[in-house]
Design a protein around this ligand. Structure first.
Ligand code: HPA
Length: 283
């Protein structure tokens, strides 16, 4: 596992670079996962910066991830949206993968909303379901692939940050209320963060189920760890893009095209939910 070390000064310089290119001063960050782009696309009056124009950021190579930072206003909140993200499996260090979250915090973001496309591990979940992330299991981060490995800058956060409250209880409560009011069926569960890019074997899916996971995906956990290290409040929502396969004799296979198609289908529901949350978010 590669390590890189970035300093607070570097995060600050990148934030300065961005501030010179937009007058917007976001307090909410939003990361949009595979196929969930529309929320940023339809924003009018937004400032857009491609990742590969921003120092320290790397372009994303994954189809369905646009690789743009979008600044605008949704439901009265100033937001910065990461339209697409980079993953460690693209060949980047965990420090590089999570750099945008550090920069968002330098820009003034205090609440981070992370979304992802995920496979349904809970057998009652269907493609198209939305799941509020209550907790996660970070398979990579538990065994050393943790973005906090390396020197700790105490001005960013503590050496040993707690993770029992990673997904903010108040934000979860608020999101469940919004879902109820808007008639959106919102499941709840545990997200298992895996390294990818392989989809899981049937035995791995059965193992994840036994371990207590309800959904699995290849992102989110490193971002949430870094956000919590800096004391940001985190809300996480998975879009269940496919049922996972637990039978070695099954005829079908998971594939990225179905993930993207389900993402597009879920987007209106997810947008509705996020708009409602932003409307009600205390400043
Ligand atoms: N497994 C892992 N990651 C995923 C899946 C899956 O089935 N679907 C979308 N992201």
């Amino acid at each position: 596992m590669d390590h890189e070390v970035f300093t607070r000064q570097q995060y600050g310089e990148i934030a300065q670079f961005i501030r010179a290119r937009t007058e917007r001063r976001p307090t909410v960050g939003l990361i949009l996962g595979s196929g969930l782009n529309a929320l940023a696309d339809e924003m009018t009056d937004a400032d857009r910066l491609a990742f590969d124009q921003i120092p320290g950021f790397v372009g994303t190579t994954v189809q369905g991830h646009q690789g743009k930072l979008v600044f605008g206003n949704i439901s009265g909140q100033e937001v910065v949206i990461m339209q697409g993200r980079v993953h460690a499996y693209e060949g980047h260090s965990m420090q590089r993968v999570t750099l945008p979250v550090r920069v968002m915090a330098e820009l003034g973001v205090r609440t981070l909303i992370v979304t992802n496309a995920a496979g349904g591990v809970n057998p009652s979940f269907r493609a198209g379901d939305l799941m509020l992330i209550v907790d996660h299991i970070g398979f990579m981060t538990m065994v050393g692939g943790n973005p906090l490995w390396g020197p700790n800058d105490e001005t960013l956060g503590p050496r040993f940050p707690a993770m029992n409250n990673a997904y903010d209880k108040q934000l979860r409560r608020l999101t469940l209320e919004v879902a109820r009011e808007r008639g959106i069926d919102l499941k709840q569960g545990v997200y298992a963060g895996l390294g990818g890019p392989t989809f899981e074997t049937p035995a791995e899916i059965r193992f994840l189920r036994m371990a207590g996971a309800d959904a699995c995906g290849m992102s989110t956990v490193p971002e949430v760890i870094v956000a919590r290290h800096m004391g940001l409040r985190v809300l996480g929502i998975s879009g269940i893009s496919n049922a996972t396969i637990d039978d070695p004799d099954a005829e079908e296979s998971a594939n990225h095209e179905e993930v993207l198609a389900a993402g597009r289908e879920m987007t209106p529901k997810l947008m509705d939910l996020i708009r409602g949350v932003l409307e009600r978010l205390p400043n």
